[in-house]
Design a protein around this ligand. Sequence first.
Ligand SMILES: [Zn+2]
Length: 208
Amino acid sequence: MIPNQHPPESHLLAFATGQGDVSLRILVECHLEACPACVAQVLDVGEAGGRMLRSMPPAQVPADLWAKVLGRIEGGVLPASAHYPIPETISRLLPQEPRWNGILLRGFRFIKLLEETPREAAFYLVHLTAGTVFPGHRHRGLEESVILAGGLKDGTTRLEAGDWASSAAATCHAPQALPDEDCWLVARMENGILFTGWRGLLQRLSGQ
Ligand SMILES: [Zn+2]
């Protein structure tokens, strides 16, 4: 299926020219794996851009990435039965025994894959069981994500595998996994989120 929602052109240009931080590049890569239209756009950078691309080494994963990832993993181990074929782009970021975190919500869990200093960006693998509603929250910075499998309803927007989603700072929403299939996604979030409701109260009390 061809995605309906695409990253902004500035992201494709940044990807094509080797700019942007690691998590943004991986996020774009996840979308490109499902989107021939954006692949064509990335390749269509003109003769000068093409020459420049060919002369550049491929983007490298930072040497300390594993240490960062391993240092951040807490919570339960991912049961083998819960695996869906996670793309190579993402699975290379996972430790051998991925451990999940939660937010006291049945049906929702996440693994932080990496953190980057500019704009306090963090990159997550997220799993929602079919029909799970992610609690209402407000974004403290930009969030961008790509659906890997299954789908999500976000307000009036329906997102499916390969779709790119973007929530600006100060956006409030409560997305829900589609009812018939688990949803897997990767998300890059700047400056985190503030929950509304009782989770927000706990969050403020704990100074997060
Ligand atoms: Zn696209």
